[in-house]
Structures are given as structure tokens and as C-alpha cells.
Design a protein around this ligand. Structure first.
Ligand SMILES: NC(=O)c1ccc[n+]([C@@H]2O[C@H](COP(=O)([O-])OP(=O)(O)OC[C@H]3O[C@@H](n4cnc5c(N)ncnc54)[C@H](OP(=O)(O)O)[C@@H]3O)[C@@H](O)[C@H]2O)c1
Length: 280
């Protein structure tokens, strides 16, 4: 496993397990396999309805809290500061922990709401209840507004990012502010076959004995983007984990860069109603 150092000095794994749409049995199975394979970081959110299952599984597996990284996210319907603190405490209770490694604002709302929620995250950080704080689905203008109204810069921006949506401009902006990108839907989520059955990626993989999925994940971590693939299948979890024993050439990196299509699977943050529910 490789790590990146966030701007507060906290070292965070470059690969973590995504858990969106994995509930109860599936979430438990995924966590058990992932721990066995060696995953250290686990990405969840209040809205995934699996925080309790994840917490119970960690307890059953006797996992040492300091050995793992837990990320969760504050959901969109919370806009009052006291509610945000309650949401954080509930997430911690459900996960069976008294601190998180990373807590994110799940989606941007109005600038005012973002700043209010961020001030709660800053407090939690100063109280050492979270090791790092960040945002998710933030475009450049959301980040600019937030940074102009706050004292701590986000350490992470978790956004949709994969071969067909490479986010180079957003990454360049974030690099300039020491904000790491985390890639959600790194395998294009429900449209994963666009990656796993891609002939160009498979061809690159042949040389290294790797699959198209492994090449797609490698392309992200090579850019220092933290990848969060979801799987509840042990073989695929293992496969997604084995991406640190080879390097892509410049030519391969360039060929992959040309595959960018600006294609989104999830809503574009500026073009979705804040209270939307159809996706969850
Ligand atoms: N911040 C946000 O707004 C946001 C939004 C969406 C997602 N996320 C986070 O990002 C994580 C990843 O996104 P995602 O779950 O939507 O999609 P994803 O990781 O891009 O793709 C998951 C799909 O790919 C399949 N898969 C995984 N590894 C594979 C492999 N090696 N070969 C073939 N198929 C493979 C999985 O099936 P199997 O399980 O059957 O292997 C699953 O159907 C989420 O779980 C969540 O933690 C965050």
C-alpha cells in the first residue's frame, strides 16, 4: 500500500474500499474480505445506511482502530450546526468509534450552508475528533468560496473520477491548494463494463499481467488520486488491491489520457437539486 501526506501531515492510503450500495450482508462480506486482503481505508456515508454494519463487522473482526482509516460524510439535508454535530456523533456511534480519519461534506449546497457546515468540521478537527476534513463533489467555485470564508483548507475533495472523466483541471486547481482528490466511481460504478471490457486498457494490462480494471485504478493512483473502488467479491477486491507492483510508461499514460470523454455517471454538482433523492 502507498500513502499520500495530506496538508496537515496526516498520511492516508492511496487506495480504499468503497461501500456505496453495499448494505447489511453485502457490506459485512465486503468488509471481512477487504480486511483479509489488507485494505486499510473504508469509505462510507450516513446515506449509505451501512455504518452500523461496518461498525459491527470491525468489532467482530477485532480490528485495532488505529490500524484502519474510516471516512464518512455529512448528508445534504443537514444545514444547522447543531444538527451537523449530532449527525457526526451518530455516525461515530454507528461505526463504533470516537473519532473519524476523514469527515466530508457530501455535496455542496449554498455557499452559506457550505461555510456553516465547514465551521463545524473545523471545530471537530480542532477538538481532535477527526484526523482530517474535506469536501465531496465540490467544483472550483465552491472551493474558492469555502476557502475565502474559512481558516482551514479542505484536505481532500472526493469527486467522480475515472478514465472517462479525468478531472485534470480540477486536480490542477486542487494541487495548487494542497487538496488531494479522491476518486469515487473509479470503475464507473454501475457502468463498470465500459472499463472492465475496454480493449485498450486490457491490451496495456497484458504486458503486466493485469486486468483492464487494474490499469484504470493504476492510472488514478499514479496521479496521486486516492482511488475508492467498491466490490464485495473477494477475487475482485484482491485484484483491485494489487496495483502497486508495476508502473505505467509515459506512452501508456498518454494513451489513457486520450480516453477522457468528460462522461459522468453521477449528477454534475451544479446541475442537481440539493434535496434530490432519486439517486439514493
Ligand atoms: N462522494 C460521493 O458523492 C460518492 C458517490 C458515489 C460513490 N462514492 C464512493 O465511491 C465508491 C466507489 O464508487 P461506486 O461504488 O459507485 O463504483 P465503482 O467502484 O466505480 O464500481 C463498482 C462496481 O464495479 C464492480 N467491480 C469492482 N471491481 C471490479 C473488477 N476488478 N472487475 C470487474 N468489476 C468490478 C463492482 O461489482 P462487485 O461488487 O460485484 O465486484 C460494482 O458493480 C463508493 O462505493 C462510495 O464509497 C462516493
Amino acid at each position: 500500500m502507498e500513502y499520500v501526506k495530506l496538508h496537515n501531515g496526516y498520511e492516508f492510503p492511496l487506495l480504499g474500499l468503497g461501500t456505496f450500495r453495499a448494505r447489511e450482508d453485502e457490506a459485512q462480506r465486503a468488509m471481512e474480505y477487504a480486511l483479509e486482503v489488507g485494505y486499510k481505508a473504508f469509505d462510507t456515508a450516513f446515506i449509505y445506511s451501512n455504518e452500523k454494519t461496518i461498525g459491527q463487522t470491525l468489532k467482530q473482526q477485532n480490528v485495532n482502530r488505529e490500524d484502519i482509516f474510516l471516512t464518512s460524510k455529512l448528508w445534504n439535508t443537514v444545514s444547522q450546526k447543531t444538527d451537523a454535530r449530532e449527525a457526526f456523533e451518530r455516525t461515530c456511534d454507528d461505526l463504533g468509534t470516537d473519532y473519524l480519519d476523514l469527515y466530508l461534506i457530501h455535496w455542496p449546497g449554498s455557499y452559506q450552508r457550505n461555510a456553516a457546515m465547514w465551521s463545524v468540521l473545523e471545530e471537530l478537527y480542532q477538538e481532535k475528533r477527526v484526523k482530517a476534513i474535506g469536501v465531496s463533489n465540490f467544483n472550483i467555485h465552491h472551493l474558492n468560496s469555502l476557502m475565502s470564508q474559512s481558516t482551514i483548507k479542505p484536505m481532500v475533495n472526493q469527486v467522480e473520477c475515472h478514465i472517462k472523466l479525468q478531472n485534470h483541471a480540477l486536480q490542477q486547481f486542487c494541487n495548487g491548494h494542497e487538496i488531494y482528490l479522491q476518486a469515487y466511481a473509479p470503475l464507473m460504478s454501475a457502468q463498470f463494463k465500459e472499463i472492465t471490457e475496454d480493449e485498450n486498457l486490457a491490451k496495456i494490462g497484458e504486458k503486466y499481467g493485469k486486468t483492464a480494471a487494474q490499469i484504470a485504478l493504476k492510472a488514478l493512483v499514479s496521479r496521486d488520486i486516492i482511488a475508492l473502488p467498491k466490490s464485495s467479491n473477494k477475487g475482485r477486491l484482491q485484484q483491485n488491491f494489487e496495483i502497486f507492483d508495476f508502473e505505467l510508461t509515459d506512452e501508456e499514460t498518454f494513451a489513457i489520457r486520450k480516453m477522457n470523454r468528460g462522461k459522468r455517471i453521477f449528477p454534475e454538482p451544479d446541475n442537481v437539486d440539493f434535496g434530490f433523492s432519486a439517486w439514493w
